[in-house]
Design a protein around this ligand. Sequence first.
Ligand code: IMP
Ligand code: MG
Length: 179
Amino acid sequence: MERIFGRPIVTQEEMRARIRELGRQITADYAGKDLILVGVLKGAYAFYADLARAIRIPMRVDFIIVTSYNSKTRTSGKVKIVADLTEDIRGRDVLLVEDIVDSGLTVQYLVKTLAKRKPRSIKVCTLLSKPERRKVDAQVDYVGFKIPNKYVVGYGLDYQQKYRNLPYLAVLDTVEEPV
Ligand code: IMP
Ligand code: MG
């Protein structure tokens, strides 16, 4: 990191504590189930790694790569699967792990698409949610933090593919949000 920048919105300590809580909750909710934890890349990679290690039951791991935003911050409104799962989810309990639910389009598309493969259940866990920006009524079962309508980077989230490796979440004040 060339220098510390941006206003921290969630610190590393707050993140650690909240993820521990989410892990405990998911561990209790999925006891005795056939959990497959599906990370939505790239954004969820940091959250996924920490959340997975906070879940204390046997489970499968898998990933799906989607694009929903172009290289800037503007949404195209379209979601595309760039790389699909490698595991069969039929009859299993899928928990999608997202970095952030913004318009809700990505989650809506993924839940609809993966439900066709007949999992036993499908739920969504997101680190962040911007409720004010919702365009569609997306399913969200576990939320780490609700945040205001600001563009954030770090801890997996990018601005033009950079800043994902910031160890905390920061607000980029210079970025205009699309309407
Ligand atoms: P949605 O489909 O509009 O809900 O948003 C999906 C994707 O937009 C997320 O998975 C992020 O990759 C990206 N996104 C939305 N808000 C932010 C932000 O504040 N910072 C970085 N990426 C964001
Ligand atoms: Mg992104």
